[in-house]
Write a protein that binds this ligand. Structure first.
Ligand SMILES: C[S@@+](CC[C@H](N)C(=O)[O-])C[C@H]1O[C@@H](n2cnc3c(N)ncnc32)[C@H](O)[C@@H]1O
Length: 268
């Protein structure tokens, strides 16, 4: 297939990518036929998957608004994805135009598109890096330039830790990120789970292996353990629609079917 102008050179056009599949599910335009085919196959096993991904994006917006209300002015958004509507810098800078945001993603399309959108934004940047290598992220010149590690930072790991396999020690990665930020900082995580899901979700999980970032479904207890050392905020680690809903539509009819959990915690 021909490479569209927004896709950087060198990307494998014959392999679906997690960021472009997610972009398709949340209604974005930066995906290929190969991504849409995989998304549709995943949907045959988990018909509520698009709803879950939209619930994730909705939680992101509520979470960033909540964090700006707490006075947070700096965001490190790891696994940030292809920009779509309601990106972190838009939500944060709507509340506080001087808010600083660094996006981090492993995917070249997500990084290229973010760079294009942020070209005129002096308070935001994007870095191509692996969530499984926090030291590389923390040492990156854009991170060092925009984030003041003497002031509270919101570390966002939304929809990304399930792409970090156990060999890469996701708990250790969260611990190392947490150690780099001062008291008063926040940690937000959303993560896919098989808890309460029909057995077919495991077939959908296997399909994700066709991308370069296979998904690892984890239990409530495993995800809650990432918050060790942090003070969990109400309502705790809950199905996505149940995290501080602002409207009955946020909850929907079956929040427990969302297939993912989310929570926000503070470092005291
Ligand atoms: C489901 S999207 C989530 C996007 C956004 N955080 C949100 O919640 O709407 C997951 C993103 O994580 C990225 N990703 C996957 N594995 C990663 C890794 N090891 N390091 C950094 N980003 C990764 C993918 O490229 C994709 O853009």
């Amino acid at each position: 297939m021909t490479r569209p102008s927004w896709a950087p050179e060198g990307i494998d056009l014959d392999r679906p990518s997690a960021s472009r599949v997610y972009d398709y599910f949340v209604g974005g335009m930066h995906n290929f036929e190969i991504d849409r085919q995989l998304a549709q196959q995943i949907e045959t096993f988990t018909p509520n998957v698009a709803e879950t991904m939209r619930a994730n994006r909705d939680l992101l917006r509520r979470c960033v608004r909540f964090l700006t209300d707490q006075g947070i002015e700096q965001f490190l958004d790891i696994g940030s994805g292809i920009p779509t509507v309601g990106n972190v810098h838009e939500v944060a800078q709507a509340a506080d135009p001087s808010a600083r945001v660094v996006y981090v993603d492993i995917d070249p399309v997500a990084v290229a598109h973010s760079a294009a959108i942020l070209a005129d934004n002096p308070n935001a940047a994007v870095v191509q890096a692996d969530a499984g290598r926090p030291e590389t992220i923390l040492a990156d010149p854009s991170v060092q330039r925009l984030i003041d590690f003497d002031k509270p930072v919101a570390v966002l790991l939304l929809g990304v830790l399930h792409f970090v396999t156990d060999d890469a020690d996701p708990a250790g990665c969260v611990t190392r990120l947490g150690a780099a930020v001062p008291a008063g900082s926040y940690l937000a995580i959303t993560h896919a789970t098989a808890d309460g899901q029909p057995a077919e979700v495991l077939e959908a999980q296997k399909l994700s292996g066709r991308t370069s970032t296979e998904i690892v479904l984890r239990t409530h207890d495993e995800i809650a353990a990432y918050f060790t050392g942090w003070t969990m905020l109400d309502p705790g680690l809950v199905h996505l629609p149940l995290w501080r809903p602002e409207h009955p539509d946020d909850i929907g009819e079956h929040p427990e079917r969302s297939g993912a959990y989310g929570a926000v915690a503070r470092k005291d």
